[in-house]
Write a protein that binds this ligand. Structure first.
Ligand code: CA
Length: 648
């Protein structure tokens, strides 16, 4: 029996190989093959005519090469053939397509030799994503390939597929815009996709039998096959995903990938462990796999060849697929040096590529927190943002406790944490950080390092959470609370992220962990857009407001400290502040924002002069609703915006 304990091994003694030619590369004359397997005594290459069945028609041994690598060259044209490797390090390991496989057959069992140039859609060479001067200009929309179009009422033909994103002008059975047309109508800038790299738990031969979010990685450089129209020919999923990217880019929308470099679905059986046992994972002192991911293992990002692997993979997705950024799942497991190097390498390609992640881990790690990319270390991670979970919980209540409430559900004494979100987690002299729950400090150096959100794929949807914590609330009351949450997320400094469907009160029927729940729970139900069209239109106006007014997306922390001032008079359940619009380059000289979480109206005195009322209760009108002076009566559970226009 193989010993899967590694406390007798010093992995730092393994030779590193830092060249760019690891993997399988086709040309019409030859296919070159190289893998890094420093502990191997023998590496067999097997060739197949099919991606899943049949015996190998050819077997050959790779030759030992420099720095732990093994290589060979196959003369002739091997396009369309499949391959696996089998490593012997004293005992035979299982056959796998290697860790650099980019094109794979069904269920990722075998790699496919292919011509990447033949996977480019028409016009690909001119394809470009949108770029902004600051990440605070972005409005992110988080969705899952399948959820986006799988519903009967989506009006989309390629339901649950990459191609579903490239269908234009689709309508629901009730006539509201769906899919890509919905994204354009709403006005978001980037789609953030849950993992699209090859994951394990959906059988690609029967893609509708099971559902999964995709946080169960199998191959990091290959695409998931269940979202392709043909999971057998590995080239199809590549082409179809590129069509997704191009369709969004053609409409001015960027694409962000959720990447799960913190763990793999399998531990012992993973592709990594079948090539270099143990090397890619952190171990506990007893030599067993440690588990900061809560999924059975954690990746040892700090080891030289693991770091290289992560950086190579990130660069591959940008260069081959033109994606515009990454969201690192449990980024708090990855070491800070690796994240800094990812940023540096991305900057060499394009400084406009987005990088953010979850600044926490799910469990204890043998690597000290000081060395990992947790929220506390954000100041050491310039150009990398973290999710603001304190703002999220302050808005709607604790994520795990369904009954707990937050500011928008009427809980008082959450005002300081709301202010923390409004200022994009940068230091501001008017915030008492003792009221912030997880870290009593401003952790972002710049507002572009803070992702503000109220809900995402994890836990309850905002609608369900409000319903569970306010069981007696009417439908109309709940709508008002969703609108108030939207107003707070979309007017705050930092970078707003919306969970897909929040704009039409998405519900998972009270399911708080739907990672493998059926489509009936996870799908975007487009009929709700019809039912909650007032909420949709309110979000649409908020996004327009944000995009038209630089006062809501200040790029420098010093400017937030100087030009954004909270009203000194405290009222329970109310947060109000003023922005010097002129200083931010806004057409409005002065803006006053008031958020009332109370179930009663409140009177707020105004400074001298006349103000234009832009937002009140359920209305947003950038042209102005009324002229107001002296004081304003703010309705229960609502957002109010007053401005003084500049001279034209
Ligand atoms: Ca898969």
């Amino acid at each position: 029996m193989r010993n899967w304990k590694f406390n007798h091994i010093d992995f730092s003694t393994y030779p590193a190989y830092l060249e760019k030619d690891l993997g399988v590369f086709w040309s019409p004359e030859k296919t070159t093959i190289k893998i890094w397997a420093p502990t191997a005594q023998k590496v067999e290459l097997r060739l197949y005519k099919d991606g899943v069945s049949g015996e190998a028609y050819h077997k050959t041994n790779l030759q030992k090469s420099v720095a732990g690598t093994w290589a060979t060259i196959l003369k002739g044209d091997y396009q369309g053939k499949f391959y696996t490797f089998k490593v012997n390090d004293g005992e035979w390991l299982e056959e796998v397509p290697g860790i650099y496989a980019r094109c794979v057959g069904v269920n990722g069992l075998r790699g496919m030799i292919y011509n990447p140039n033949a996977t480019n859609p028409e016009g690909w060479i001119l394809d470009n994503g949108p770029r902004y001067s600051s990440f605070t200009e972005a409005v992110l929309y988080e969705t899952h390939v399948r959820d986006f179009s799988i519903a009967e009422n989506s009006g989309i033909i390629n339901k649950g597929k990459y191609l579903g994103f490239s269908e234009e002008d689709t309508l629901s059975s009730e006539g509201v815009k769906t899919g890509l047309a919905h994204l354009k109508e709403l006005g978001i800038t980037h789609v953030h996709l849950l993992p699209v790299n090859d994951y394990f738990t959906v059988d690609e031969e029967k893609p509708l039998e099971k559902y999964n979010w995709g946080y169960d990685p199998q191959h990091f450089n290959a695409l998931e096959g269940s979202y392709a129209t043909d999971p057998y020919d590995g080239r199809k999923r590549i082409l179809e995903f590129k069509k997704l990217v191009k369709a969004l880019h053609d409409n001015g929308i960027g694409v962000i990938l959720d990447v799960v470099f913190n763990h793999t679905y399998f531990a012992k059986e993973s592709v990594f462990n079948q090539i270099v046992p143990g090397y890619f994972y952190r171990q506990k002192s007893d030599g067993m796999f440690s588990n900061a991911s809560g999924c059975g293992n954690e990746i040892a990002s700090e080891r030289e060849m693991v770091r290289k692997y992560i950086i190579d993979s990130i660069k591959y997705w940008v260069e081959e697929f033109h994606v515009d950024g990454f969201r690192f799942d449990l980024m708090g497991i990855i070491d800070t040096i690796t994240m800094q190097q990812v940023r540096t390498e991305l900057n060499k390609i394009d400084t406009g590529l987005f990088l953010y992640g979850e600044g926490w881990a799910a469990d204890q790690s043998p690597m000290p927190e000081e060395q990992r990319a947790v929220k506390y270390n954000t100041s050491q991670l310039p150009g990398i943002a973290s999710f603001n979970d304190d703002f999220r919980d302050a808005l709607k209540g604790n994520h795990g406790d369904k009954k707990s409430k937050g500011f928008v559900s009427g809980l008082i004494l959450r005002e300081e944490a709301i202010k923390f979100g409004i200022t994009g987690a940068v230091h501001h002299p008017q915030i008492d950080y003792g009221f912030i729950e997880s870290l009593q400090m401003p952790w972002a150096n710049q507002p572009s390092q803070c992702i503000n959100y109220v809900s995402c794929h994890d836990n309850y949807t905002l609608w369900d959470k409000l319903k569970l914590s306010l069981p007696k609330a009417s439908d109309e009351e709940l709508r008002n609370r969703v609108k108030l949450a939207g107003a707070l997320v979309l007017t705050s400094q930092g970078v707003p992220l919306l969970h897909a469907g929040i704009d039409f009160c998405r519900s998972k029927n009270g399911n708080g962990n739907s990672y493998k729940s059926p489509d009936s729970v996870n799908q975007l139900d487009w009929d709700r857009k019809n039912t909650y069209i007032d909420v949709f239109e309110y979000f649409q106006k908020l996004i327009h407001l944000r995009k038209s007014h630089p006062a809501f997306r200040i790029s420098r922390a010093e400017q937030i400290r100087r030009d954004l001032n909270f009203c000194s008079q405290y009222q329970m359940g109310v947060v109000s502040y003023c922005i010097d619009g002129k200083a931010t380059g806004d057409t409005w000289n002065k803006l006053i924002l008031i958020f009332n979480g109370n179930e009663k109206e409140v009177d707020i005195p105004l400074p001298e002069g006349n103000f234009q009322l832009i937002a009140k209760a359920n209305i947003i009108d950038e042209m102005g609703i009324a002229t107001i002076c002296d004081k304003i009566v703010v309705e229960p559970v609502s957002f109010t915006l007053l401005v003084q226009a500049g001279e034209f």
